[in-house]
Write a protein that binds this ligand. Structure first.
Ligand code: UDP
Ligand code: MG
Length: 322
């Protein structure tokens, strides 16, 4: 691969983007480990912490940290927007030629960023960090995650890589593309996968949360999963058409059967046949119509999302890369 990473003057080589929601306790722990790991890389870096409307002392601690860490930039959101939007804000403010989003709770070891950079220098646009095991998660959470991936794989055209979270390295051009995506519902896992680009992966070991509790309750996770599915699949809208067609077809054969039966053996309960049959048939037709409406609605939905039709990774002109 021959990718060139042109360096813009003031822009740092690496941006680390960290969404923080009530992570006050983790701020010193995070920087205690992150900064030595970044210094070891010997490149210019910026660390962007997005304070996602924390109600604890996260912002105060970040501001205090900024006095001794000139590489730290803080994006303070007006309220809690949720991790996906906080991450989008961080990406929008990043300037680095390579961008690494990570969590504030040290579940993502900063030491592996060096490995990612090495892959990036080889010319990869995206370097996933795949966790070697799901630690720090209960059986319930693991089952839920597996169920979600199974459903997502079957309902969406986008393939989500397994055991890969938001911890990854992305080249500037990937980040620019994501920043340009106009959709408001931001399921980052899906968006990251949707934009494509060439990618490779490294393995890491995900530890337990350094301090505090996970910010995601079961209900929040369920809503997140549903958001992800509906942003990347129109199947829930269209499935009714299929169900309706099946019911109508069955009802139609049932009608034939009952007519023949009535003709041969006569009527046992007057009116029963006609009511049953018309309810079944009409019910099926209604579902079918709903499915057709769903199909159109799905297309309107796709248009409204306004995603780019295609993404050019790079243009090769006769006299070198544009
Ligand atoms: N986070 C955020 N806004 C929220 C919830 C979470 O910015 O509304 C951040 C949080 O501070 C952390 C990251 O997202 O840096 C991942 O959150 P968490 O560790 O709670 O998720 P889990 O590891 O349990 O999936
Ligand atoms: Mg965590």
């Amino acid at each position: 691969m021959t990718t060139q990473h042109n360096e813009i003057d003031s822009a740092p080589v690496l941006s680390v983007v960290i969404p923080c929601y009530n992570e006050g306790e983790n701020v010193p722990l995070l920087f205690g480990r992150l900064m030595p790991a970044l210094k070891a890389l010997e490149v210019t870096v910026e660390v962007i912490c997005v304070n996602d409307g924390s109600s604890d002392d996260t912002l105060a601690r970040l501001l205090a940290m900024q006095k001794s860490e000139p590489a730290l930039r803080i994006v303070d959101l007006s309220r809690n927007f949720g991790k996906e939007k906080a991450l989008s804000a961080g990406l929008a403010h990043s300037r680095g030629q390579a961008v690494v989003p990570m969590d504030a709770d040290l579940q993502h070891p900063p030491e592996v960023i060096g490995e990612m950079m090495a892959k990036w220098r080889e010319g990869w646009d995206v370097v996933f960090a795949r966790r070697d095991a799901r630690t720090g998660q209960s059986l319930k959470e693991r089952t839920f995650a597996h169920g979600f991936y199974w459903v997502f794989d079957h309902l969406s055209d986008v393939r989500l890589p397994r055991e890969v979270g938001d911890f990854r390295l992305m080249d500037r051009r990937v980040v620019e593309t994501i920043n340009a995506m106009p959709e408001r519902s931001r399921f980052m896992k899906g968006i990251f996968a949707w934009v494509g680009f060439n990618h490779t992966e490294i393995l890491y070991h995900q530890g337990e949360r350094a301090a505090g509790l996970s910010k995601f309750s079961s209900l929040k996770l369920l809503r997140f999963a549903f958001d992800g599915l509906t942003s990347f699949s129109n199947f829930p809208l269209k499935v009714w058409g299929v169900i309706g067609a099946v019911i109508s077809t069955l009802a139609f054969f049932y009608i034939l059967f009952r007519i023949v039966r009535t003709l041969v053996w006569g009527i046992d309960v007057p009116g029963y046949e006609s009511i049953l049959v018309s309810v079944l048939f009409l019910g099926g037709m209604q579902l079918l119509t709903l499915g057709i409406i769903g199909d159109y609605l799905g297309r309107v939905f796709d248009e409204v999302k306004g995603r780019p039709l295609f993404i050019v990774r790079r243009l090769y002109e006769p006299d070198g890369p544009a």
